[in-house]
Design a protein around this ligand. Structure first.
Ligand SMILES: [Zn+2]
Length: 307
């Protein structure tokens, strides 16, 4: 227990030490990433922005005012055009807590489930995030700001001379997962539905792994082979790299299902599911043992009991 408590007490990355950089992937299309993104298998939250003739669309507002200011500063280094749109890929605080720092004239876009969650659960969520990321990381000063436009399925945003699509492919990590697709540059921001390329694993914080598999499959099938994916916490990747989390989720599903059929307890299932071919991930113990196996176990056991 002590080891588990220690792991939970340690934040996955230090919000006070994130230095954001931008990389132009195509003319006017920028990925924003922590500067240690190529050195680690899990880093602070990524973001991005797309510049059109009439204005800018920004993806994510990040965890706190400092990170949101860094992001806005990177936009201002390349253009003076107004930030007309801001998209949150989920209601996780590291993707949306910086909303309050964007101009009032910026139109905020969220999935309806993200808007509802933020309106109803903000204080609770903020306490959770302070517990996860630590005190004094700027989270105390965050103010909730929710969508001007809710997107349940798909929205095309005309930035002048180019269009960007905001899409919901289904539940992946939260009910309100949105992705942003820049078709002319073939770049897709996916937020937390993919944390980072291999060896990173999905985090099934709300369970429902069968839906994650279906959604990730839809995303992979939607994309041309040479598309670039910006995952929530890692370096850019290709659609073929989605096979790795898909294979993990499939193996997890099969193994947990077999354990339940044998009548194994969760503890016995955890012992049986070492899955050493995936343990190169620096957050393996936490993501696999503490989050994913219990989530899959409870979900499958409940559905077996219910049928
Ligand atoms: Zn995140």
């Amino acid at each position: 227990m002590t080891q588990k408590d220690d792991q939970e007490a340690r934040p996955p990355w230090d919000a006070a030490r994130v230095n954001l950089t931008s990389k132009e992937l195509a003319p006017g299309v920028f990925a924003v990433m922590p500067d240690d993104v190529f050195a680690k298998d899990h880093v602070g939250t990524t973001a991005g922005f797309v510049v059109g003739e009439r204005g800018v669309l920004v993806i994510e507002s990040l965890l706190n005012g400092d990170l949101a200011s860094q992001l806005i500063g990177l936009v201002r280094r390349v253009t003076t055009k107004p930030i007309r749109f801001l998209v949150n890929t989920s209601y996780h605080g590291d993707h949306c807590y910086g909303n309050y720092l964007f101009p009032e004239t910026t139109t905020l876009i969220q999935h309806p489930a993200t808007k509802k969650y933020m309106e109803e659960k903000f204080e609770e969520d903020r306490s959770f995030m302070i517990g996860l990321m630590g005190k004094g990381k700027g989270i105390e000063r965050v103010q909730a700001r929710t969508a001007d436009i809710s997107v349940p399925d798909m929205l095309s945003v005309d930035l002048g001379g180019r269009t960007v699509q905001v899409r919901h492919f289904g539940f992946a990590q939260t009910p309100g997962d949105l992705v942003v697709w820049a078709p002319d540059a073939k770049v897709l921001w996916v937020g937390n539905m993919i944390q980072a390329p291999s060896p990173a694993l999905p985090w099934l914080l709300e369970g429902r792994h069968k839906e994650s598999i279906a959604t990730l499959t839809r995303v992979r099938d939607f994309l041309p082979e040479d598309a670039t994916i910006i995952p929530g916490h890692g370096r850019p990747m290709r659609p073929a790299d989605i096979e790795f989390p898909l294979r993990y989720l499939d193996e997890l599903d099969r193994a947990v299902r077999a354990a339940i059929h044998k009548g194994r307890s969760l503890e016995a299932t955890l012992d049986a599911l070492a899955m050493p071919e995936y343990n190169a991930y620096s957050l393996f113990d936490w993501a696999h043992k503490t989050v994913n196996v219990p989530a899959a176990y409870h979900h499958l056991r409940d559905s077996v009991t219910a049928s």
